[in-house]
Design a protein around this ligand. Structure first.
Ligand code: AMP
Length: 225
């Protein structure tokens, strides 16, 4: 059986996490975020977390071999047999080659969607973002503040600024993105697997647009690995 890989692509703050969750709900595929998995490992103080911590806090990338292993382990799980959504992976060409090589030729239909947003908009979004460590709800200090001040209006936990959302770290993450990850667009374009959506619209409009691309590509028999 051919399984579908939906790879969400875009700079930090483009809304990949939100869109991955909506797609997961609509299609019934699990959403896998390497960033979330790494943050959990850092919080748990595991070996993986200790390896990843300094790279993440400086805004750089965690070594390919480390993230490749995480993804390989997740994709081997039973709930990924029809398809899966990747948020934040691959970020480098070797990572893209790694995932394609995990499946026999023709057994993975890859649909890559790039969410396109200007750097200035991203800087404002990320440095104003606050996250509830309790229930993961997200807020923005100006655009969508919590009804409970600096606490979560769902579960009451104190809201936090992710260390890598601090402005100078965001600038570094954007630079890293442009330098390392943009060549991936060319990589997937050359394989006819890449589509772009405008990331400045509403969450719902972007989600509809992405679902439209996925369905169209599914109907046309998406280009294989
Ligand atoms: P994210 O939440 O996807 O922005 O990821 C947060 C941080 O985790 C990144 O700035 C990287 O340090 C690290 N990270 C997440 N995914 C990857 C990946 N595929 N390759 C390397 N580092 C990653």
């Amino acid at each position: 059986m051919t399984r579908i890989a939906i790879i969400l692509f875009g700079p930090p703050g483009a809304g990949k996490g939100t869109q991955a969750r909506l797609l997961s709900r609509a299609l019934g595929f699990p959403a896998i975020s390497t960033g979330d998995i790494l943050r959990e490992a850092v919080a748990a103080g595991s070996d993986l977390g200790r390896t990843a911590k300094s790279h993440m806090e400086s805004g750089g990338l965690v070594p390919d071999a480390v993230v490749d292993e995480i993804v390989k382990e997740r994709l081997a799980r039973q709930n990924c047999t029809r398809g899966f959504i990747l948020d934040g992976y691959p970020r480098t060409i070797p990572q893209a080659e790694f995932i394609s090589g995990l499946f026999a030729p023709g057994k993975l239909a890859t649909v890559v969607v790039g969410i396109d947003v200007d750097d200035d908009v991203l800087l404002d979004r990320l440095s104003g973002r606050r996250i509830c460590p309790g229930c993961r709800k997200m807020f923005h200090v100006r655009k969508s503040p919590s009804g409970a001040g600096d606490r979560c209006d769902e579960c009451g936990t104190g809201l936090v600024l992710r260390p890598d959302d601090a402005e100078e770290v965001v600038r570094e993450r954007l630079q890293v993105y442009h330098r390392n990850t943009k060549p991936l667009i060319d990589y997937y374009r050359a394989r006819d697997q890449y589509s772009k959506v405008d990331g400045s619209g509403s969450v719902e409009a972007i989600s509809e647009c992405i679902l439209g691309i996925v369905r169209k590509r599914q109907g046309a028999g998406a280009a294989g690995n």
